[in-house]
Design a protein around this ligand. Structure first.
Ligand SMILES: [Zn+2]
Ligand SMILES: [Zn+2]
Length: 169
């Protein structure tokens, strides 16, 4: 793939479908698209999808399968959405970085920090409720049972001993 250099000054572009000039945020991201966005606006895209769902046999099923696969491959997107939702609910300042599961793994390993089990969920070291933020230095891998019982048991001490104080920061 060629690395196409993009002008960075644009804030708007015209939709190839409806022809309306809209702010770049109205377009889904696409690395090689003009200004890093796809050609048709989000509204036109969802209109197009709505149409296909109604008219094309199997389209809705394929789409939801694709969405599920995307979710499995990109758990970090959901982590962030849920974290932001919770911070908003708790009324604490919303601080949420976009890091990937690979980022977490390369920093803390691919196992539950508490019991060494499977990395299934993301755990916030300082709970979001207590003003913790969704940043790489405040998360670590957890399995579902440990994440659920964290409040009850003093697993943090165990995990800290394993991971070591030094690498948090
Ligand atoms: Zn449009
Ligand atoms: Zn565990």
């Amino acid at each position: 793939m060629n690395n196409v250099s993009q002008p960075t000054f644009a804030t708007h572009k015209a939709c190839s479908k409806c022809g309306e000039t809209k702010p770049l945020e109205s377009y889904h991201r696409q690395k090689l698209g003009l200004y890093g966005r796809i050609a048709s606006c989000k509204e036109c895209v969802s209109e197009h999808q709505r149409h296909r769902r109604l008219t094309e046999p199997g389209y809705a099923e394929r789409e939801s399968k694709r969405a599920r696969a995307h979710q499995v491959e990109n758990p970090h997107l959901q982590w962030r959405v849920f974290a932001v939702r919770r911070m908003e609910r708790y009324g604490v300042p919303v601080v949420a970085d976009l890091f990937t599961k690979a980022d977490v793994v390369s920093r803390y390993g691919d196992a539950c920090a508490y019991c060494g089990g499977e990395f299934q969920e993301l755990d916030h070291f300082i709970p979001l409720k207590a003003g913790g933020t969704h940043v790489l230095s405040n998360v670590w891998p957890s399995c579902t049972p440990c994440n659920r019982t964290k409040g009850k048991l003093d697993l943090e001490t165990v995990a800290l001993a394993k991971v070591g104080d030094g690498c948090r920061g």
